[in-house]
Design a protein around this ligand. Structure first.
Ligand SMILES: Cc1cc2nc3c(=O)[nH]c(=O)nc-3n(C[C@H](O)[C@H](O)[C@H](O)COP(=O)(O)OP(=O)(O)OC[C@H]3O[C@@H](n4cnc5c(N)ncnc54)[C@H](O)[C@@H]3O)c2cc1C
Length: 390
């Protein structure tokens, strides 16, 4: 069977759903999103959903500020729920990182981020359960917090449907067709052909494999990032703030039901390449113990928390830990991938940016830092921690 669309989006995670919505808002008709399993069944459904605003470049900061505004008024802006909890976020840095933090915060304030650098001794005023001992300073972002990536994906997909897009689940793209250097459409596993002048690769951890269907190599490595869930002791009291401990190498974010999600901030994802199909697999207790020890040093009361479960997550990582949002060398074949662990918090702005680039409208933020060709012959130099402070 052969069908026609003006744009085919491959991947029904938060990125693809946001792009579908923003294309319909831009007036594009006949948008089809194809998801091989169910919406949010990839990295999106395994995400921790933290929204922090500390980024080292003006463009990424602008993207996160725009996105935060959408999470805060998601029901009016999109429909549905973002599950956004503005509990506030704290980012602890070592004494050596303090100067960089202060310079970055200046830049941040200039693009509208509300943030304050606290002395470690003043931390107790905001969150007394964090140990300030090893810290050189703490950044306090009162508007930051966490949201629900699956709810946001469903909100965007429902809104895109209401605006006329077709969202098809259980449909895997197995071939990308092209002619004379231009994409012409896709073939699905059921032998369906969809003719389309524009195809968007929003396949997250699978984006390198999807790009290879079009003979395009993406500089993206899939690196393992496990997450652990612990149950706080009843005496812990009110939930803690989101805490990102860049000095000690862990993070903790509260979850309903007295739970905390925690994991590493040690920049080791690139050293642990992972098969995307292993997403969601169980994690070993040894691995959990090592991370929980670091979390327990950062928030000592969490050292008493009971271990509940863990899962293997993974990031689609580019050499500079920033997304690729651009057309590929195959005309009409666009890439929105390589989210490098930031794909939830940037998703509203990524959809807005991709819709503008695809329709030729003015981009909401300078797209140059997200260009496909920016890596050139340079090797990999970025780190996750550098994606906070440069
Ligand atoms: C453990 C973990 C913690 C994270 N924590 C945070 C955080 O705190 N804050 C934050 O901002 N970000 C975080 N992230 C990152 C963020 O969640 C991801 O970047 C984002 O959800 C990725 O969304 P996506 O739509 O790009 O990709 P995905 O959600 O992976 O979606 C891609 C989709 O493409 C589909 N697909 C693949 N191949 C095909 C094909 N051939 N045909 C059709 N469909 C296909 C897949 O089934 C999948 O559903 C985290 C990620 C993980 C895994």
């Amino acid at each position: 069977m052969s069908r026609r669309a003006s744009v085919v989006i491959i991947g029904g995670g938060v990125t693809g759903a946001s792009i579908a919505f923003h294309l319909t808002i831009a007036g594009v008709r006949d948008v089809i999103l194809l998801e091989r399993r169910t919406l949010a069944s990839g990295g999106t459904g395994r995400s921790v959903g933290i929204v922090r605003q500390l980024y080292p470049t003006a463009e990424t900061s602008q993207m996160v500020v725009r996105s935060l505004g959408v999470f805060q008024r998601f029901r009016d802006a999109v429909g549905g729920e973002s599950g956004y909890v503005a509990c506030g976020a704290l980012i602890g840095v070592s004494p050596a990182m303090r100067a960089k933090l202060e310079a970055t915060v200046k830049l941040q304030r200039s693009v509208g981020v509300r943030a304050e650098v606290l002395e470690p001794r003043d931390l107790a005023r905001v969150e007394p359960r964090i140990d300030p001992e090893h810290l050189g300073a703490v950044l306090y972002e009162p508007d930051s917090g966490y949201g629900d990536p699956t709810a946001v994906t469903n909100g965007y997909a429902d809104a895109a449907r209401r605006n006329g897009a077709r969202i098809e689940q259980g449909v895997e793209v197995v071939a990308i067709e092209s002619s004379a250097g231009r994409v012409t459409g896709v073939e699905t596993a059921t032998g369906d052909y969809i003719d389309a002048p524009i195809v968007v690769n929003a396949a997250g951890l699978w984006s390198p494999a999807v790009a290879r269907l079009a003979n395009i190599e993406l500089p993206i490595l899939v690196g393992r990032h496990p997450v652990f869930v612990v149950e706080r002791d009843a005496s812990f009291g009110r939930p803690h703030l989101v805490y990102l401990d860049l000095a000690g190498g862990s993070y903790a974010r509260p979850e309903t039901g007295g739970l905390t999600l925690t994991g590493s901030l040690t920049d080791d994802e690139r050293q642990h390449p992972m098969e995307p199909e292993l997403l969601g697999a169980d994690v070993g207790l040894d691995e959990a113990a090592e991370v929980l020890e670091r979390t327990g040093r950062a928030i000592p009361r969490l050292a008493e928390a009971r271990y509940r479960r863990g899962w293997a997550g993974a990031f689609d990582i580019t050499p500079d830990w920033m997304p690729i949002l651009d057309e590929s060398p195959l005309r009409g074949f666009w890439i929105a991938a390589g989210m490098s662990g930031h794909g939830f918090k940037l998703s509203p702005a990524v959809g807005e940016m991709m819709a503008a680039l695809i329709t030729g409208a003015t981009a909401p933020v300078d797209p140059a830092p997200f260009a496909f060709g920016r890596f050139g012959a340079k090797g990999s130099s970025g780190t996750f921690v550098a994606s906070y402070l440069g």
